[in-house]
Design a protein around this ligand. Structure first.
Ligand SMILES: [Zn+2]
Length: 154
């Protein structure tokens, strides 16, 4: 699985930019180099940077003009979507405009919290007697005296 990383995803600080299956559009890296995170990018020499081909940029532009999203997308946003289309990759972005166009084009996308969501499982505890729910682990329900069972909070 390949992922295209946009500027908002890098700025979120939630992704590990050295991950092997992450690809960075050339224009995203240019944006980052202008900002405060310049040193983070410069300290890493193994990230994969690519430019989308014109053919795919034109496909995205044509599509976004039809849906009306073209006017809210930056040139960098278009590169992100075009590269995802070209490489059949999943976009990692917190940018709503990119997510919207990706959805309409049938592309996979995810918020930058993807890594955090995978790792963090939140358990809750439900009483088997009165069904009261406890956020923290408790073996015996103090209300009715039955045991609790844990389940994953959705
Ligand atoms: Zn109970």
């Amino acid at each position: 699985m390949l992922y295209i990383i946009d500027t908002s995803a890098i700025l979120s600080g939630k992704i590990n930019i050295t991950s092997d299956n992450y690809i960075f559009p050339d224009s995203v890296i240019s944006e980052i180099r202008k900002g405060n995170l310049k040193t983070i990018i410069d300290s890493v020499d193994s990230i994969r940077i690519e430019m989308p081909e014109n053919e795919y940029i034109e496909k995205v532009v044509t599509f976004a003009k039809k849906t009306g999203d073209y006017y809210v997308l930056s040139r960098t946003d278009i590169d992100v979507i075009a590269l995802a289309l070209q490489l059949n990759a999943t976009i990692i972005t917190d940018d709503y405009a990119i997510q919207n166009v990706a959805k309409l084009m049938g592309l996979e996308y995810s918020g930058a919290g993807i890594d955090a969501i995978k790792k963090e499982i939140k358990w809750k505890y439900r009483c088997t007697g009165c069904h009261k729910i406890y956020r923290d682990y408790i073996e015996i329900c103090p209300i009715c005296g039955h045991k609790t069972k844990r389940y994953i909070k959705k």
